[in-house]
Write a protein that binds this ligand. Sequence first.
Ligand SMILES: NC(=O)c1ccc[n+]([C@@H]2O[C@H](COP(=O)([O-])OP(=O)(O)OC[C@H]3O[C@@H](n4cnc5c(N)ncnc54)[C@H](OP(=O)(O)O)[C@@H]3O)[C@@H](O)[C@H]2O)c1
Length: 254
Amino acid sequence: MMTLSKSLSGKLAIVLGGSQGIGATVSRQLAQEGAHVCVLARNKDTLDDLIKDIQELGGKASAFSVDATSSEALASTFTSIHKQFGKVDIFVHLVGGFTQFIPFEKITEQEWNQVLQLNLTSAMLSTQKIEPLLKDGARVVYIGSIAGLGPSPSAKSYMPYGVAKAGLMTMVKYLAKEFGSRKITVNSVSPGSTATERVRKIRGDDGLLEVAKGNPLNHVLQPEDSAAAILFLVSQQAKGITGSNLNVNAGSVM
Ligand SMILES: NC(=O)c1ccc[n+]([C@@H]2O[C@H](COP(=O)([O-])OP(=O)(O)OC[C@H]3O[C@@H](n4cnc5c(N)ncnc54)[C@H](OP(=O)(O)O)[C@@H]3O)[C@@H](O)[C@H]2O)c1
């Protein structure tokens, strides 16, 4: 990870989708850098395990169980965080993904709506709810995807997911303009296939090795790779970067 020693002391961070996968690594690293991290996800047990780990290492973290597809539930969670801890310095939205590749002709309207809701609509609505609670100069980071750049030339891609992530990466530019007068930066980090439990189930470990063969580094991406980019974008050093997307895909798509 980046060596920005306790650079985030005194900062309040919200990591939506922060209990597992890339989000859990982001939550741990923000806490290591001294931020108080509010981790939001649905499963209470997974949340509690992560909070315990972070606290045992001397970090500050709190768990909030919430479904990011309910904007009312999100609004009430954000209000509760604000009442307890004050205004927010860092908002990272990681909720997203998909669970299986469905052939184009078999994609139902329900599947289409679910993928868009989880990956795109939840990002828009959560940002609308959090915006009044952000400090001037805050940092907002979303997770795009290599799939949002278009279908992969060398690996299987899932169209509804790619469309949702493309929308998200465009939303970043609109929000960067919208929030710029408050010095709030808005960016995205777009990983290639990364070895989280969810993606191991979809592609298998052999599949991830195959995907890696399609990138110039022959590197199986790890959650730490994307977390490092997110930690940079929320840092003071990144104050001049907004409306940008940072690819973390080992060069699969350039
Ligand atoms: N891994 C990759 O290869 C890859 C590549 C490109 C982009 N990305 C993007 O990176 C992000 C994280 O991916 P990941 O592989 O790390 O996923 P993951 O391991 O499945 O983690 C997802 C996190 O979001 C939470 N979450 C899921 N649905 C939620 C909901 N409705 N409400 C609240 N929390 C919810 C999960 O906890 P609960 O289930 O307990 O709610 C978990 O903490 C996604 O946006 C994904 O599209 C991943």
